[in-house]
Design a protein around this ligand. Structure first.
Ligand code: BG6
Length: 494
């Protein structure tokens, strides 16, 4: 029997290019909770280039040392002080106080980068990470452009990349405006739009599962599949992000991005090769095939709802409207579910159920691919109980696994069917990267597979922009917004 071989090329690819990593929003939560821990973990595992430095930029006053103390605290909090490497890591960190709209700040930044590059013999490779509220994207990218920092040294093969966190606009129009503004200073291949869902292991495994096996792809169509059900349930509420959430709501926060990415991996046509552009082309084609959502059609089973107070894990939690900073009569939905269709030959008539919500009874992201029941069963006249149709489930979080259910005969003299499950659970032996570690590493390697391309972004927005407009008018009468008790499991339809 052939043995599983672990090929050396499966090892995590360490970026070769020495570079500067510039974090805007360095005094914010994203930097301390996600980015610094991710960078530190990459550093301790020797996954970062041998030569690099980090500059934190924010409005807050800091010296290099006081900023390093802040970073140290954020790393110690999560007990990442591996092998005493923390001082070595902090030694590579610098800080510049910045006014986001002031050209003088960017001149200072350019000067600092120039002198650190020289001191450390680092060629002009730069990663700019915008860990700031979206209303600052415009300013920062324009200022980077006008200060000459967005230019790539083509002759020397130097690169400059900019990483942008969602939301990329709030509808099609604003997404296009934002893009036009980024493109004044950066080209599409310099822009890395993050969707952290794409960096989750099981999400990446969907591609392998579908396209590295012979036995599933022939069944992956409307002839054999009854429906697909994509669920992202969360226990947490809005976590002090009222300002953002009151503007976003569940559709912009979870659907336009994460849910659509999950959908695209399950539903896209086979790409001709494993290449980021080719795969992103297929995603765009898929988004182009979505049937426009008709709000008036009750068959779409649209539910928009908001959490009331309730109990989660034995603790009382408040209603959305009582969250700090939320309008007490807010009509923003924190839960949505609906049915959508992909109008192409493969998926003709197959419903895709999408559901996501906050303050539900558990954290669970998973995708069910439900196969059809047998058209004719030879056991109809002898069997006790029903035969269940096969079901494939991708569990994305908190547990990562893939299961496939199938029918067998229960032991005994009569013919009783039993449903069995085959299960793949990663053994944790490989080199595991957290989502932010993976995205940072891919940016440094210039690999865009896990990042969103503007054309696909616009297609997703155009799917939801009409939807959001319609919703806004439905909400006026309140009649379409439902309310649910926090801690409910009401998403478990199937
Ligand atoms: C973020 C949303 O993009 O994703 C949050 O802004 C949400 O509201 C989060 O809680 C969910 O991510 P994860 O990885 O915890 O499922």
């Amino acid at each position: 029997m052939p043995k599983t071989q672990i090929n050396n090329s499966c090892q995590i690819k360490r970026p070769g290019d020495p570079c500067a990593i510039v974090l805007f929003g360095a005094s914010g939560d994203l930097t301390s909770k996600k980015l610094m821990p991710a960078l530190y973990s990459l550093f301790t595992n020797n996954y970062l280039p041998s030569s690099f430095y980090i500059i934190g930029c924010a409005r807050t006053v800091h010296t290099d040392d006081s900023f390093r103390d802040r970073v140290r605290a954020s790393l110690e909090n999560i007990s990442l002080n591996k092998e005493g490497k923390i001082d070595e890591f902090l030694g590579r960190i610098y800080y510049i106080q910045i006014k986001y709209d002031d050209p003088a700040s960017y001149a200072d930044l350019a000067e600092r980068i120039k002198s650190l590059d020289k001191e450390k013999s680092i060629p002009e490779n730069r990663l700019f990470y915008l860990a700031v509220p979206p209303n600052l994207y415009n300013n920062i990218s324009n200022m980077l452009g006008s200060s000459g920092l967005s230019v790539e040294g083509v002759e020397k093969n130097n690169w400059t990349r900019i990483v942008v966190e969602k939301p990329f606009g709030r509808d099609l129009e604003t997404a296009m405006i934002l893009d036009a503004s980024l493109k004044q200073s950066f080209k599409e291949d310099q822009i890395y739009r993050i969707d952290h869902y794409l960096a989750k292991e099981t999400v990446q495994n969907i591609l392998f599962f579908r396209f590295a096996n012979t036995i599933f792809e022939p069944l992956w169509n409307s002839r054999y599949i009854e429906y697909v059900d994509i669920l992202a349930a969360e226990k947490i509420g809005i976590e002090k992000r009222a300002g953002y959430y009151e503007q976003a709501g569940i559709i912009r926060d979870m659907f336009q991005n994460h849910m659509m990415q999950l959908l695209s991996l399950i539903a896209m046509e086979p790409p001709s090769k494993f290449n980021s552009e080719v795969i992103r082309d297929e995603k765009a084609k898929l988004f182009n095939s979505l049937r426009p959502f008709d709000l008036k059609d009750k068959k779409n089973e649209l539910v928009l709802a908001q959490y009331n107070e309730g109990v989660i894990d034995g603790e009382k939690v408040c209603s959305y409207r009582n969250e700090e900073g939320v309008n007490p009569s807010s009509l923003i939905p924190t839960y949505a579910s609906f049915k959508m269709y992909v109008d192409n030959q493969r998926w003709e008539g197959v419903p895709f159920f999408l559901r996501a919500g906050k303050r539900l009874d558990q954290k669970m992201t998973r995708i069910i691919v439900q196969f059809k029941k047998l058209k004719h069963s030879i056991f109809n006249n002898v069997i006790c109980g029903d035969l269940n149709a096969n079901r494939l489930t991708f569990y994305i979080q908190p547990v990562e696994k893939i299961t496939l259910s199938f029918e067998t005969k229960n032991p005994g003299s009569s013919f009783c069917a039993g449903t069995q499950k085959m299960e793949f659970v990663p053994d944790g032996k490989g080199q595991h990267l957290e989502a932010y570690e993976k995205v940072i590493l891919d940016c440094l390697n210039g690999e865009q597979l896990l990042f969103l391309r503007q054309d696909a972004e616009e297609l997703c927005w155009s799917y939801f922009t009409g939807f959001l407009k319609e919703c806004a008018t439905c909400f006026d009468s309140q009649k379409n917004l439902k309310f649910y008790e926090a801690g409910t499991a009401f998403y478990t339809v199937n």
